[in-house]
Design a binder for this molecule. Structure first.
Ligand code: ZN
Length: 104
């Protein structure tokens, strides 16, 4: 729990929703957040999708995920977090050069 939580706009709300779902927010922050959620459909929808994701993960966690599967997922997530589509662009840039035709 943090001593002071400022909630000014949707970005603040989105940043706090995970903590909110886990019950880690101070009561004052919860009130402000819920007031925002009541009047903001975008954040409301985000909260719903976050809940769905959390539930899906919980359901998954109750089953055993094989180690190799877990490693693959983690690697993919790490790559996505780090790369942000850099690999895709590099591949696209490579293509035309290889396809260049020799003209006479
Ligand atoms: Zn909002």
């Amino acid at each position: 729990m943090r001593p002071r939580t400022r909630i000014r706009d949707c970005r603040d709300v989105v940043g706090l929703l995970t903590e909110y779902l886990e019950g880690g927010l101070a009561p004052g922050a919860v009130t402000t957040l819920e007031r925002h959620l009541a009047g903001c459909s975008g954040c409301g929808e985000y909260l719903v999708s976050l809940k769905k994701t959390r539930d899906a993960i919980r359901r998954l966690a109750s089953h055993q995920v094989p180690d190799d599967c877990r490693r693959t997922l983690r690697a993919l997530l790490d790559a996505a977090r780090r790369g942000g589509g850099r690999g895709k662009r590099a591949a696209a840039a490579k293509k035309p050069a290889r396809r260049r035709r020799v003209t006479r």
